[in-house]
Design a protein around this ligand. Structure first.
Ligand code: FES
Length: 146
């Protein structure tokens, strides 16, 4: 059930995903087309592609799934990625660097183990604190936003 606590929606988690003993499936989506601000469009290979490859490698021994897309619509904010978990809010990050792959995986693992369905801020890697662009509720959460 979705609750509103302190004016903030809580994720719509089912009983199994709310169990702190059970990690929920989390997916990192990296934009493989991103480049650093101010660099020419003709820059290839794109740093975003390197971040996608490094993130996939960093997640090899984890349960975190890594996918890549051609654009997340965050093009002016440097290298970008999103972290998704079913039934939870989604997180969009920018201003990343090619060496933030392990940070993305660490944040995703933190999110997977979260009992309230939010990515905990306190232990989140610094790149995922300063680089947060937005968090987006699921469509199921919208009914409680009236
Ligand atoms: S090119 Fe990466 S967000 Fe658009």
């Amino acid at each position: 059930m979705t609750d509103i606590i302190s004016g903030e929606l809580k994720p719509d988690l089912d009983a199994s995903s709310a169990d702190s003993e059970t990690a929920s499936a989390v997916t990192i989506i990296v934009c493989s087309s991103c480049r650093y601000p101010g660099t020419p469009a003709e820059t290839f290979p794109r740093p975003g592609s390197a971040l996608a490859d490094a993130t996939r490698e960093a997640a090899a021994d984890s349960t975190v799934d890594v996918r890549q897309v051609a654009c997340l619509g965050n093009c002016k904010r440097g290298l970008s990625a999103a972290v998704l978990r079913a039934g939870s809010w989604s997180y969009i990050f920018g201003e990343l660097d090619t060496d933030n792959a392990a940070d993305l995986v660490a944040g995703a693992e933190l999110f997977a183990g979260s009992s309230d369905g939010f990515m905990p801020f306190r232990n989140r890697p610094e790149a995922l604190k300063r680089g947060l662009i937005a968090r987006v509720p699921t469509a199921a959460n919208l009914q409680d936003l009236k």
